[in-house]
Design a protein around this ligand. Structure first.
Ligand code: GRG
Length: 295
């Protein structure tokens, strides 16, 4: 199967499972599902679930066992986007080409939709099912996800971002920030996929290093697209970083050097996979695909 076809098939699988998780009773709180579904099924790239499923497959896992975890990572990602768009954070009107959650449902429901997606994520992976996943793998995976989505991961990165608002920052702080804000959830996706498959420790470390560097390359590319991209491709206005006086890799280094950094981080990501001796080609393809992305 061609790489793009493979990526689309993973995204389709995840979309269907996410849709099923959003089925609900017609009870008085049904509005919350409407708000969760609105952002969850708004057409994201499904990058993190794809990484989880690919890492799982490379390490010899079972896709059916991994799918709820792939959905959980996407739910956490979507919650972070909903909260990041709120007036108290970035105050954005558009996301994934649609009005942001709070613009449609109001701030209160948008906050709760984010909270509910975060809660739902852990609800769907902390279940006892008949699929044969060893409990110690499940618990380790849940613990990794909670850690990397939390204060030592994605939330920690957002805090560093808020703390430096308007004050600027040096490149070390910027790298630290994105290592948490962007790479941490990508690391969670890869390492959870590997843990569920019962990967060896050296394979786990390799996937972790791959995801860290891929996340950094992805973030710098995001900074570049904010300058060189288009509204049609990104589904949100461009130039928002400069408008909000954000320190980015582009504001520090310029577009050209930032582009070189994307290539350097991508190479480090790919190099980290050497331990798989060719079995991780799909992750190599993913890294190369992301370099050329326009959205
Ligand atoms: C906990 C409020 C809160 C925030 C955490 C992740 C995050 C910090 C904020 C989201 C905004 C942002 C610019 C994050 C950086 C990572 C990034 C480039 C996210 C966009 O991810 P894509 O491109 O989005 O995968 P789609 O829509 O394709 O899923």
């Amino acid at each position: 199967m061609e790489f793009r076809e493979l990526l689309n098939s993973k995204a389709e699988l995840v979309n269907q499972a996410l849709g099923a998780y959003m089925e609900h009773e017609q009870n008085p709180q049904a509005k919350i599902y409407e708000a969760m579904r609105y952002s969850l099924l708004a057409g994201g790239k499904r990058l993190r679930p794809a990484i989880l499923l690919m890492a799982n497959e490379i390490c010899g896992g079972d896709q059916e066992q991994a799918l709820p975890f792939a959905c959980a990572v996407e739910m956490i990602h979507t919650y972070s986007l909903i909260h990041d768009d709120l007036p108290a954070m970035d105050d954005d009107d558009l996301r994934r080409g649609k009005r942001t959650n709070h613009k449609v449902f109001g701030e209160g429901i948008a906050i709760l939709a984010g909270d509910a997606l975060l809660t739902k994520a852990f609800e769907i992976i902390a279940v006892w099912d008949e699929m044969g996943l060893p409990p110690e793998r499940r618990i380790r995976a849940i613990s990794i996800l909670a850690n990397l989505a939390g204060t030592e991961g994605m939330i920690g990165g957002q805090v560093v971002d808020l703390e430096h608002e308007g004050a600027g920052m040096d490149v070390e702080t910027l790298e630290y920030l994105h290592g948490l804000k962007t790479s941490a959830l990508i690391r969670a996706a890869g390492t959870v996929g590997a843990v569920l498959a019962g990967a060896e420790e050296k394979e786990l470390q390799a996937i972790d290093a791959y995801c860290y560097h891929l996340g950094m390359a992805f973030q710098i590319q995001d900074d570049i697209l904010d300058v060189t991209g288009s509204f049609e491709e990104l589904g949100k206005p461009i130039g928002s970083d400069a408008e909000n006086h954000k320190t980015t890799f582009v504001s520090i280094y310029g577009v050209e050097r930032a582009g070189e950094l994307v290539s350097e981080y991508t190479k480090k990501a790919v190099d980290a996979l050497a331990v798989f001796t060719g079995r991780a080609q799909v992750l190599v393809d993913l890294a190369h695909d992301l370099i050329g992305r326009s959205a």
